[in-house]
Design a protein around this ligand. Structure first.
Ligand code: FES
Length: 114
């Protein structure tokens, strides 16, 4: 799984918000959804857009550029125009700090089929 690296303080990501971080060459979006922190690839799989700047609805983020939706806990793509899921990363929160292991994992879930 790789080593966990401190990327943020939990206080920087209140519930319902997101933050973009750089970890070992990966650009990662952290989301706090109801107190649970998730890490996914920040770059939309459609074109170049930062998912940390997207709109969050429950466990779903909508890309700020063309509106493709992704399920944050699994990275699964839910709607066009994106057709590929985003990678997710292991996260842990300890002592008020957020740690990410820069080992991307694909959810294995089937991509959206139009
Ligand atoms: S760049 Fe994200 S939907 Fe197009």
């Amino acid at each position: 799984m790789g080593e966990f690296i401190k990327v943020a303080e939990i206080a920087e990501i209140p519930p319902g918000t997101a933050k973009r971080v750089e970890v070992s060459g990966h650009t990662i979006a952290l989301f706090n959804i109801g107190g649970q922190v998730y890490a996914i690839d920040d770059t939309c799989t459609h074109e170049q857009a930062s998912l940390s700047e997207g709109t969050v609805y429950g466990e779903i983020v909508a890309c700020p550029r063309h509106g493709a939706r992704f399920h944050v806990p699994t990275g699964r793509v839910l709607s066009l125009p994106a057709v590929r899921s985003v990678a997710i990363y292991p996260v842990k929160v300890e002592g008020g700090a957020v740690y990410v292991a820069p080992a991307p994992q694909l959810s294995g879930a089937k991509p959206h089929r139009p």
